[in-house]
Design a protein around this ligand. Structure first.
Ligand SMILES: CC(C)(COP(=O)(O)OP(=O)(O)OC[C@H]1O[C@@H](n2cnc3c(N)ncnc32)[C@H](O)[C@@H]1OP(=O)(O)O)[C@@H](O)C(=O)NCCC(=O)NCCS
Length: 187
């Protein structure tokens, strides 16, 4: 894997994906305090804005510590984040990483995540030199399953009772995408 020297800002037809920073606290709080958007997330919804401040502070360490890349998804003419996409869980020797993503609810259904994910996957298999991406999705999270399947991810496994969030225990559907699947995909 080629971990980038500078944070890779990505541009698409409608979007700019940039490093998360302090401007994003309100947007992250909007998305991550919404019980509907957080229904299948790996932790409960935020209750206090201070949790979003702490989340942004943690996210700002991802790139310098080479532990993850988290992009704020913004419109080309509006810097306010709609949501975010991350590559994390890098196993550099095996050239693989995990993909995570979310949008605030009012931005669903407009294709923004698909557009953002295409750019991130292109970057992952291009400049970053990864060979395999994984996504761990709650099997009930149909919008998320549609999002990864639209990219060509294949369902590779079912991990039982993998998560506990509060009192709720849930399974994981594990999805995988290879660089060669991506190269062979019809655009
Ligand atoms: C997962 C999530 C990002 C999917 O959002 P989404 O808006 O459905 O996904 P996209 O941005 O790719 O948009 C695709 C939808 O927009 C529609 N659409 C509208 N205009 C479009 C356009 N110009 N281009 C593409 N799709 C468009 C598509 O038809 C599609 O709807 P469909 O799935 O009903 O067919 C969203 O549900 C979410 O944030 N959930 C909460 C967080 C979460 O669960 N994350 C995943 C954890 S594993």
């Amino acid at each position: 894997m080629n971990f980038p020297q500078a944070f890779p800002v990505l541009a698409t037809q409608r979007l700019v994906l940039r490093d998360v920073d302090d401007r994003d606290v309100e947007a992250i709080f909007e998305m991550e305090s919404d019980p509907v958007a957080m229904r299948y997330w790996s932790r409960p919804p935020m209750r206090d804005r201070s949790e979003a401040v702490a989340a942004v502070a943690r996210a700002r360490q991802f790139f310098p510590s080479r532990s993850a890349l988290r992009w704020a998804i913004t419109l080309r003419d509006d810097d306010r984040a709609l949501g975010h996409v991350s590559l994390f869980g890098f196993v550099e020797a095996s050239n693989r990483a995990e993909l995570g993503y979310g949008l605030a609810r009012r931005h669903w259904g407009q294709g923004y995540m698909h557009e953002a994910l295409v750019a991130v996957v292109d970057c992952a298999f291009g400049d970053l030199g990864l060979r395999r991406l994984e996504a761990d999705v709650d099997p009930r999270n149909l919008a998320s399953i549609r999002a990864v399947e639209r990219l060509g991810f294949r369902r590779e496994g079912w991990l039982r009772e993998r998560w506990q969030v509060g009192e709720e225990i849930s399974d994981s559907a594990l999805f995988g995408l290879l660089a060669r699947d991506w190269a062979a995909r019809e655009r």
